[in-house]
Design a protein around this ligand. Structure first.
Ligand code: BGC
Length: 516
């Protein structure tokens, strides 16, 4: 298609030829398995740190405290820095790795990053499974973390670039769906391996991380790279073949040309990290950083990492705690399907606002129920129906997260940025997500011990901030082709002033603004 015709069709309502094909669905399904490794780890650490043989071997002081749980302040039982460092060290490694992954993803392709992520995760799983001292545990976690950093940097990009724009939302949500499935599988594995009488169940839990790692590694090696990457690295013939195959039509010229123009603009950029600081990328960078940061401030990982610990605090036995974690894990998976169904129909803004308000309500209720029973002393005996009521409210909170901020804090940053800064911006998203995950994981036991039930009110406050933030600042991106996003920003009443008119011209012609 000629450049002139393209100018007239630029805009949020543009759509390309071809639709959903089995091939693109298959490629996206395989790539989204990158979410499995992330999820498996999230789910496994909380359960393992609730297992007595694991605590006795690596964290004896926590074990001794737990044995005396009845007589102590239950808010403070699990307040051990070394134990929380076990959970959170992975996220520091992932944070650092995401910046390296940005260069690898941009220069060598999304596919190589995914394979590499799987490989490192595999090494970490083996080290953790055979660990005989705390040092080995931590080194294993660093490998796992680097693997997670690479996977979460490359997979969302891969999904957004491969998906036909009308289905981009729901296909991208598959990443989150795999995260939730990974968490649930981990919860189930923990539930089963805790029953191993000989006490090596924790080894099984940690070593089984090798399975999702192998799936990602092998699966990704059969995938094509994205047309956007192929065009960007001058593999034009291959790009056309892939584009025809994934769109199921030979009539791909319009999309091909748009990606080529985006690629030409992107090639003018030598240093995306310098580029991203320009004023016109302000809205992108703010969203890329704030969405994942706010996602963590919902307190979701307090439930994901510490559900068994939290349930023990509520007076559940070992088995009941792990079983309840399976319930919250199941709700997490089921509710993510709601997002798959609604994200391209209702749009991103609706889900993000509804989800935030739902989380607000249930955080407040959970905080109040815990306050009513445990007060500030932290000593109480909770009846079973009461504890089940708390579990129910936690499930409603998890559901609200799972169909909104869970998937969308990954989807939106991966679809809003132009090609020249897309990989760098995605690293910012991963890094901020990991940083906040680390901080929450690290300080939660301390916060629970000190802020007590008030902790839940703090998280509730943030969910209100999130709803208002989306209301005022986030434009709707549903159905907009990924290389056409400038128009969305330009039309927004807050962000429009950051987008100069000639950016739109550059978009249309592929030439830097001074040549237009
Ligand atoms: C978040 C994780 C969280 C998970 C829960 C993801 O989107 O990034 O931190 O544990 O959702 O399903």
């Amino acid at each position: 298609m000629a450049g002139g015709a393209m100018v007239s069709s630029v805009g949020p309502n543009k759509s390309y030829n071809g639709g959903m094909t089995f091939y693109v669905f298959w490629a996206i399904l395989v790539a989204s398995c990158g979410g499995l490794i992330f999820g498996y780890d999230i789910g496994i650490s909380g359960g393992v740190t609730a297992m007595h043989p694991f605590l006795m071997k690596f964290f004896p002081s926590v074990y001794e405290k737990e044995i005396g749980i009845q007589n102590t302040n239950q808010y403070c039982t699990f307040n051990s820095e070394t134990l929380t460092l076990f959970t959170s060290s992975l996220y520091l490694a992932a944070l650092v790795a995401s910046f390296v992954a940005s260069t690898v993803t941009r220069k060598f392709g999304r596919k190589i990053s995914m394979i590499f992520g799987g490989l490192l995760f595999l090494i970490g799983a083996v080290l953790n499974g055979i660990a005989f001292n705390v040092a080995m545990l931590y080194i294993g976690r660093v490998f796992l973390g680097v693997g997670v950093g690479f996977a979460s940097q490359s997979v969302p990009l891969y999904l957004s670039e491969m998906a036909p724009c009308m289905y981009r939302g729901r296909l991208n949500v598959l990443f989150q769906l795999m995260i939730t499935i990974g968490i649930l599988i981990a919860n189930l594995v923990n539930y089963g391996s805790d029953k191993i009488k000989a006490g090596w169940g924790w080894r099984l839990s940690l070593a089984l991380a090798a399975v999702p790692a192998l799936i990602v590694m092998l699966g990704a090696s059969f995938l094509p790279d994205t047309p956007n990457y192929l065009i960007d690295s001058n593999k034009h013939k291959e790009a056309k073949v892939v584009l025809k195959r994934i769109r199921g039509t030979d009539d791909i010229d319009e999309e091909y040309n748009d990606i080529s123009l985006a690629s030409q603009a992107s090639k003018l950029v030598n240093d995306p990290w310098k580029k991203i600081l320009e004023r016109k990328y302000r809205p992108h960078i703010i969203m890329a950083a704030l969405l994942p940061g706010l996602q963590q401030l919902t307190g979701i990982n307090v439930v994901m990492f510490y559900a068994p610990v939290l349930f023990k605090t509520l007076g559940f036995g070992n088995e009941a705690s792990l079983a309840s974690a399976v319930i919250t894990g199941g709700v997490n998976v089921a509710a993510t399907f709601v997002s798959v169904a609604l994200v391209d129909r209702k749009g991103r803004r609706f889900l993000l606002i509804e989800g935030a308000l739902q989380m607000f309500i249930f955080q407040v209720i959970v905080g109040s129920l815990i306050w009513a029973k445990f007060g500030t002393s932290g000593v109480a005996v909770v009846s079973q129906p009461y504890a089940m009521g708390v579990v129910f409210c936690i499930c409603c909170f998890v559901a609200g997260f799972a169909w909104s901020w869970g998937p969308l804090a990954w989807l939106v940053p991966s679809e809003i940025c132009p090609l020249e800064i897309r990989s760098a911006a995605q690293s910012i998203t991963v890094a901020v997500n990991m940083l906040f995950t680390f901080i929450i994981a690290q300080i939660f036991p301390w916060l629970l011990c000190n802020a007590k039930f008030g902790l839940f009110y703090v998280f509730a406050f943030f969910t209100l901030v999130m709803a208002s933030f989306v209301w005022y600042y986030l434009p709707e991106t549903r159905g907009v082709p990924i290389e056409e996003m400038w128009s969305v920003w330009k039309e927004h009443k807050v962000w429009g002033k950051y987008i100069p008119d000639d950016v739109m011209e550059t978009e249309k012609t592929g030439k830097p603004s001074e040549e237009v």
